[in-house]
Ligand binder design. Structure first.
Ligand SMILES: Nc1c(C(=O)O)ncn1[C@@H]1O[C@H](COP(=O)(O)O)[C@@H](O)[C@H]1O
Length: 163
């Protein structure tokens, strides 16, 4: 694969069990024709893989990283600490605390290392995909047009329903 057609968005998650949520980000990117790649990377369970991924992400051609994790969700912040790329964090809904733990551990970053944190669960993953596309659209006019068409279609589908 050449660098120009390499996936622009990396979707990383702490566990295979997060895919049920994180696939919503992949689906949103698919709708907008944005190439992406998904991987399991865990700050806790595969720390070296995390370092290798985060430090190499920009050189690999990624422009935006979506990172989802549940519970003690250190993955998005640790990825952000090792790359200058924008990192969008998705708090995966945990069983014990319904994702409140995931949300708070992703959103409360210290000043200097931002993670753009989305909502808990599938809505957050969908919006992470849409936001990643919006970031890429700032330098991709064709994608900006697709994004506008997506939004217009969404408006129309809501307008068609009874009030
Ligand atoms: N929060 C993290 C990290 C991390 O932050 O590095 N690695 C795995 N996990 C989370 O553990 C939860 C349970 O994982 P299992 O279902 O594999 O037991 C998942 O939601 C995952 O994101």
């Amino acid at each position: 694969m050449t660098r120009s057609d390499a996936p622009k968005v990396a979707i990383v998650m702490g566990s295979q069990s997060d895919w049920a949520t994180m696939k919503c980000a992949a689906e949103a990117l698919d709708k907008l024709g944005v190439a992406h790649e998904a991987r399991i990377v865990s700050a806790h369970r595969t720390p070296q893989r995390l370092v290798d991924f985060a430090q190499g992400a920009a050189d690999a051609g990624f422009k935006v990283i979506i990172a989802g994790a549940g519970g003690a969700a250190h993955l998005p912040g640790m990825v952000a600490s090792m790359t200058h790329l924008p990192v969008l964090g998705v708090p995966v809904q945990s069983k014990a605390l319904s994702g409140q733990d995931s949300l708070l551990s992703i959103v409360q970053m210290p000043a200097g290392i931002p993670v753009g944190t989305l909502a808990i669960g599938e809505p957050g993953a969908t919006n992470a995909g849409l936001l990643a596309a919006a970031i890429l659209a700032t330098t991709d006019p064709a994608l900006a047009e697709r994004l506008k068409a997506f939004r217009a279609a969404q408006t129309d589908s809501v307008a068609e329903r009874p009030q």
